[in-house]
Ligand binder design. Structure first.
Ligand code: HEC
Length: 211
């Protein structure tokens, strides 16, 4: 009986370690995995951006974020302490809480030494499917400000119906390319990588399919 139990425990342990590795790949890329969490959830009007600086923080770029990070020491990092635990002070309760996935990502990135960029993926120019390529960009960079409850300018990018709304289709390319006459998106300075912009442009030009 004990033997069966210990074999079971052993398998469970293996399973847990493999799963955790897959979901939380510690080889994070700052621009793709960490910056968008801050941009999407913390930099809206009245919060932590380069015009408002709430609490002294501009979280729209690497240098600003590093003001609240002590590399390798998540528990000595003010920003990490504000988002962790059962009752985190940030984001404020009226906003959508961060997912445990995002919180873990930030912790791993700090433990890695909070590098500005590492292990970023090479650009995949062939994939512009909504579910594998486009929706993940929106989830990473945009839904903090464009969701069902907090839909800046009535735009909700959290699902296909919202993302294929004619306002989005007509305005999105100009806004992510930061063209004159459009609000630059994501709001507050940072821009998507050229690779992500190209994928969205291809998806739109291809009739923005739900694929
Ligand atoms: C920090 C909050 C925030 C983030 C993040 C954000 N948006 Fe916006 N978005 C807004 C606000 C607010 C508006 C309304 C215009 C304004 O006041 O700037 C807007 C407007 C827009 C518009 C209309 C632009 C126009 O010129 O008509 C589009 C399209 C858009 N957002 C797409 C996106 C996409 C795509 C992303 C992610 C890549 C994104 N937004 C990320 C806050 C945000």
């Amino acid at each position: 009986m004990r033997r069966v139990a210990s074999i079971f425990m052993f398998c469970l342990l293996i399973l847990l370690t493999t799963c955790t590795k897959n979901v939380y790949n510690p080889d994070v890329c700052f621009h793709e995995n960490v910056l968008p969490i801050f941009i999407s959830n913390c930099t809206m009007n009245g919060c932590h951006n380069s015009t408002e600086f709430k609490g002294g923080f501009d979280l729209t770029n690497y240098d600003g974020i590093m003001q609240g990070i002590k590399a390798k020491h998540p528990l000595m990092s003010e920003l990490y302490n504000s988002i962790r635990g059962n009752n985190p002070s940030m984001p404020p309760r009226s906003n959508t809480p961060l997912s445990s996935h995002d919180i873990t990502y930030i912790k791993l990135w700090i433990e890695m030494g909070a590098p500005n960029s590492s292990n970023c993926n090479a650009c995949d120019t062939s994939n512009y499917s909504y579910s594998n390529r486009i929706n993940p960009i929106f989830q990473n960079w945009c839904v903090g400000c464009h969701n069902a409850n907090y839909s800046s300018q009535g735009i909700n990018l959290s699902d296909y119906a919202g993302a294929s709304n004619p306002i989005v289709i007509n305005r999105i390319v100009g806004s992510i390319e930061h063209s004159p006459g459009y609000f630059a998106m994501p709001q507050s300075g940072s821009q998507l990588s050229q690779c992500d912009i190209n994928a969205i442009v291809k998806w739109i030009n291809n009739g923005h399919p739900n694929n």
